[in-house]
Write a protein that binds this ligand. Structure first.
Ligand code: HEM
Length: 406
């Protein structure tokens, strides 16, 4: 039954996965997928438990071996994965303690709450400048606003030159395709090339910062030090690429998914009138249609049990965030989009070891963006049905056509 319901490559499933996710979740907290050879974890409590359980990990042996990477396993025709593997090898997302702990604590020294707070005026200015370019007669929320906004914010934070943002987007889009469940060979070839070029570009930037220190995030990553030492060059390169990739895609998709939900449910007036603050609205945007739908874990140790089911080491689990965020055991009327709900217990930023490092920045960026749009465009409407990106794991819209005229 599972494989008939869970069809992450099918257009109809991607268009609206929630009825199928509901059926899966209500059939049990843990359902086996023959097709993907893993357990799907469907309910909020169980997804949270998996995120917090140290007997599970994103990789089997502390850090990614080439064979841990899904495309390396599935696309046999490619023999040289080195450039792609080199960036994944040191990515926080692909590490487990103790290496993860060492790198995360170094990155946290550079990526501080104060650095995010200090960025507020720059983020506001970026939103305002882009907002002023939007044609009230018709614009695309994704291409004309969310995409350039988010990439400019993360590039500014890092200290990457702003004239490089188009190139960064191209590299980043190519690499994140590898996180889908079924990447193709041409996509893998593009991702490997992008990894090579991206690494070289970041390496040059790091060289520059080492010669001329500056108070931006790349400069701070070069300086960060604990009693265990500093970050190595490959670690800094991986971290910068991770921050650039993680730092815009999900935020852009939350803007698209969330604003579409707000407008489709007639909730814009509540934000414009101030009845619901943009900060509160952002939480429902994150919950109702999560921009990242699935994360995998390996069982690393003996004795792991979930929902009464013993699962041996070497087995795989896939946590379904969209299913968990609509779990009636965790949220009242979970399928209802309630712009003022303001419930932060959604699973969208994860939890435990890999909890999203950028959550405060993402929340701030989204809050400022919604606020900017509400101040500028009290009448905002969809002009056509937005078009989905044809992918499930990274869930977003290709375009969201809007008009600010009645
Ligand atoms: C709405 C936007 C965002 C969402 C929904 C999101 C979601 C997530 C999730 C679910 C994870 C955990 C993955 C796992 O458990 O396997 C994660 C990790 C991470 N995120 Fe985000 N993220 C967002 C924005 C950002 C931003 C803006 C940044 C940085 C500028 C960022 C940086 C990271 C990093 C570095 C990690 C890895 C942490 C680790 O493994 O220790 N994210 N994110």
């Amino acid at each position: 039954m599972t494989d008939e319901l869970f069809k992450p490559s099918e257009v109809a499933f991607i268009e609206d996965p929630y009825p199928a996710l509901t059926e899966l979740r209500e059939s049990g907290p843990l359902v086996w997928s023959n097709e993907f050879d893993l357990w799907l974890v469907t309910r909020h409590a169980e997804v949270l438990a998996c995120q917090r359980d140290r007997r599970l990990g994103r990789v089997m042996n502390g850090h990614a071996q080439p064979t841990d990477l899904r495309p390396v396993q599935t696309i046999k025709a490619i023999s040289d994965w080195a450039p792609y593997y080199d960036i994944e090898r040191h990515s926080l997302l692909m590490l487990e303690p103790p290496e993860h702990t060492r790198i995360r604590s170094l990155v946290s020294r550079a990526f501080t709450p104060k650095r995010i707070r200090d960025l507020r005026p720059t983020i506001e200015m970026t939103a305002e400048v882009l907002g002023a370019t939007l044609d009230p007669g018709g614009f695309d929320l994704i291409a004309d606003f969310a995409q350039p906004y988010s990439i400019r914010v993360i590039a500014t934070l890092l200290g990457a030159p702003l004239d490089s943002v188009d190139q960064l987007l191209t590299w980043s889009h190519a690499i994140v395709k590898m996180y889908e469940l079924n990447p193709t060979e041409p996509e893998a070839v593009a991702a490997i090339r992008a990894s090579e070029e991206f690494s070289e570009w970041v390496g040059d930037l790091v060289d520059q910062r080492r010669r001329e220190p500056r108070d931006d995030l790349i400069g701070a990553l070069c300086q960060a030090e604990t009693e265990e030492g500093r970050l190595t060059l490959p670690e800094i390169v991986s971290t910068v690429i991770l921050l650039l990739n993680a730092g815009h895609e999900a935020t852009v998709n939350t803007m698209g998914n969330g604003m579409t939900a707000i407008l489709a449910h007639g909730s814009w007036d509540q934000i414009v009138s101030g009845a619901v603050s943009s900060e509160v609205a952002v939480e429902e945007m994150l919950r109702w249609d999560a921009p990242l739908q699935l994360f995998e874990r390996w069982v690393l140790q003996d004795g792991f049990e979930l929902a009464g089911q013993a699962i041996p080491p070497g087995s795989k689990l896939a946590m379904l965030f969209g299913a968990a965020n609509r779990d009636p055991r965790a949220f009242e009327n979970p399928d209802l989009f309630e712009v003022g709900r303001g419930d932060r217990t959604h699973i969208t930023f994860g939890a435990g070891t890999h909890f999203c490092l950028g959550a405060p920045l993402a929340r701030l960026e989204l809050d400022i963006a919604v606020n900017e749009l509400a101040g500028r465009f009290p009448n905002l409407n969809l002009t056509a049905d937005p078009m989905r990106v044809p992918a499930f794991v990274i869930r977003g819209y290709q375009s969201v056509p809007l008009t600010a005229q009645n």
